[in-house]
Design a protein around this ligand. Sequence first.
Ligand code: C2O
Ligand code: CU
Ligand code: CU
Length: 482
Amino acid sequence: MLCAGYGRSAWPKAAPSRLPIPALIDGTNGEPIDLQIRRGAWSFKTDVKTPTLGFNQDYLGPTIRTRRNSELNLDYHNTLTEGVAVHGHGLHVPGNVDGGPQLEIAPGDRWQPALSIVQPAATCWYHSHTHGKTGHQVYRGLAGMIIIDDEMTDSMPLPRRYGIDDLPVIIQDRTFDAQGRLVYSLDDAGEDGWLGDTVVINGAIAPVANVPAGKVRLRLLNGANARFYIVAFADNRSFYKIASDGGLLTAPVPLKTMEMSPGERCEIIVDLSDGKAAELLILFEDEFDEDEEGIVGNLQVLLLRSKRPRPQPSLTLKADRTLPAHTAPLPEKLATITRPKESEITRTRDFFLAMEDGSGKGHGTHKGHAAMDMTINGAAMDMNVINERVERGVWERWRIRSNDGAHPFHVHGCSFLIEQMEGAAAPPDQRGWKDTVVLDDDDWSEIVVRFDHPATEQHPYMYHCHILEHEDRGMMGQFTVS
Ligand code: C2O
Ligand code: CU
Ligand code: CU
């Protein structure tokens, strides 16, 4: 099969692969879902297998579908020879089922968290959160998607046929050795974390998906260890962002380029009713010069400015007119989001993320770059220390900045609202529910947040940088909610 409009010279022999679509497991009936954490062997490149990890499959895991006001019962079985903790990123659940590092599943053991899903429809995910090994285990494949539905979203004219016009798109970057095996080393990671050189989408390099010639919803997850991406389409077409980490925005936001930091999710709608293929570009933000007018904007300007060759598509969507298409106009209004009044905000906390050449004593045996001290408010993650104690059910303002560079700051157990990003008011597409916010050394990012579920000293929540090598080296803290 030929592949028109595709930069074939870069991929001379192998035909592009199909976009792998993880199996969908319906969790809405409350039946326990078996999730076997296991070793695998996966071919990112044709004919070369590399050792990987996955849930029920060789790499990544099934997509779990659940629903607001239902019980989600998971049954993890760790068949590895090392411990694994698995966190439900974005879920509003108590600390004892959140899957932080205290909840490590020993080799051979099971963990059966019962989750009451009370939050609105959203795209969340589950991934390894093992103390000191999160980066390694996620890199090998321990991540999967969770889709939460609710009645309000059901009633909206949005594409919702999983794998047809509603696609999970897990974006990662990976480095391979000459034999095509995955390469990873926490000790050798630079101060920006472990940066891969090749984009993989659901574990495939530059795959193709056949989709109906209509509106298609992509549930984008930046599942990278460390990379910040710029997302755009090769023909500079507009798309609509409809949801961020914690669910629908108040209205669709038209965009041509968009940034995504590690841990973030964005649901976008792209229209293929003209029948033309849509080539999704995943660009590495660190390769662009952000001095002039910021990163986002017009793709052509961005590419010109960086004097870069035309990038290869990371995912090609081909319109197939034989498939029934979703053509209804997008709703003008999506969710209602109520921000707290200033008088409701009871206190302010500051978080200062720091990277410093130091003794390295915070993180034991690592050498080289790992000798950097990675801290929040002067302290590296210590499983025996509760860093903050938060009162349940009240609004707080959290202000976060760093001494050096950009970091995605993530908070467990909640969705929050961004007030300021790097000292400026949050743009429209950042004004929905979030659980990860980008901050920089230029100025504070500020969020307002409220925790509605308990987290005890035994099973606290985490806040941390979602650059997994920063997290693993200590840029993380623990807090209780009571
Ligand atoms: Cu997605 Cu604490 O992590
Ligand atoms: Cu999380
Ligand atoms: Cu960081």
